[in-house]
Write a protein that binds this ligand. Structure first.
Ligand code: ASP
Length: 321
């Protein structure tokens, strides 16, 4: 019997069209709903336009809506896999939230497009076809949410959008894609062992801010955040995980206010480590209570912190990063 796939359209360029004046905007009717008939695959497809928004409009409540819809589809409607179409700007964030929180084991693939449906060289349909193949592939099971773009498969945790317009925009900088789609074949080359999941029903603590640091940064923003009763702060630090001395008073103010401070690197490749032992160096920051991450970007660390802050944890928060 054919496998049953649910395709959830959320909007983004993949669902948009270009007008004669070059402006790209959402179409009244999602062009993907018709285009799917042209694709050839051994599956029974059911598609829904659950949203029709550009991805900069995506919020936490959209993530919960998607999560609940997918869990219902698998548990109550016997779907064997799910494909999500999404704008590329925040695709990696939706992918990672679902990766951390979905309580189902069927393959889930998320895709988008860099060119709208009627542009020359439009990549939407081929990406959608690839995502369907990934969702149908038995080997995709147990790998978490897969980001499928431009013939590549990436784990949700580390993939990032690296280019504003190029179709090869999605990359996993530190170790590359986990698999490929070669013609109609899905081939995996590596497995990510760090797949983790947490129960998320609602997000009560949702005020986690991300701040990029820079040479000569002062403590102004961090001190304001310390007064603001936010739930957590992610700092995009310098290099391997260091900060300018002039913002350390702000870090101390956050920690004194019991606001967790999670540190990632603003460098887009590599991991943070507490190696430097000078004022503002990683060694001293970690001793002070700043939480180091391994390879997460600022936007991904924010999602992980949001998810963790809404759990009852039995170990210190730092142990989960
Ligand atoms: N701005 C668009 C969006 O994220 C870009 C895209 O879909 O590629 O919705």
């Amino acid at each position: 019997m054919n496998k049953k796939l649910l395709i959830l359209h959320t909007g983004g360029t993949i669902s948009m069209s270009e007008g004669e004046d070059g402006r790209v905007s959402p179409s009244a009717k999602n062009p993907l709903l018709l285009a799917l008939e042209k694709l050839n695959h051994p599956a029974t497809l059911h598609q829904e336009a659950i949203l029709n928004v550009p991805s900069p409009h995506i919020t936490l409540s959209h993530w919960l809506l998607l999560k609940n819809r997918i869990e219902k589809a698998v548990k109550a409607e016997q779907f064997d896999g799910v494909v999500i179409t999404h704008g590329t700007d925040t695709l990696e964030e939706t992918a990672y939230f679902l990766d951390l929180s979905l309580k189902v084991d069927v393959p889930v693939a998320i895709t988008g497009a860099m060119r709208s449906s009627n542009e020359l060289g439009a990549d939407g349909l081929i990406n959608l076809q690839s995502a369907i193949l990934v969702a149908l592939c038995p080997e995709s099971q147990g790998k978490g949410v897969m980001v499928v773009m431009n013939d590549e498969i990436h784990n949700a945790k580390f993939v990032t959008k690296t280019h504003t317009t190029n179709v090869a925009t999605f990359q996993t900088p530190t170790f590359g894609p986990c698999g490929l789609i070669a013609k109609n074949r899905v081939i995996y080359f590596q497995h990510l062992d760090q797949y983790e999941r947490y129960p998320v029903e609602k997000i009560a603590k949702s005020n986690v801010q991300v701040i990029k640091t820079y040479a000569g940064m002062d403590s102004f923003l961090l001190e304001q955040l310390a007064l603001s009763q936010c739930d957590g702060v992610v700092l995009e630090a310098l290099g391997a995980g260091n900060l300018p001395p002039s913002c350390l008073a702000g870090v101390s103010a956050l920690l004194r206010a019991d606001i967790p401070v999670v540190l990632v690197s603003r460098a887009f490749n590599g991991v943070t480590q507490d190696v430097y032992d000078y004022l503002g160096g990683g060694k001293q920051l970690k001793q002070q209570g700043v939480i180091f991450t391994t390879g997460l970007s600022g936007q991904k660390a924010r999602i992980k912190l949001l998810v963790l802050l809404n759990q009852s944890l039995n170990r210190p928060l730092a142990d989960y990063f």
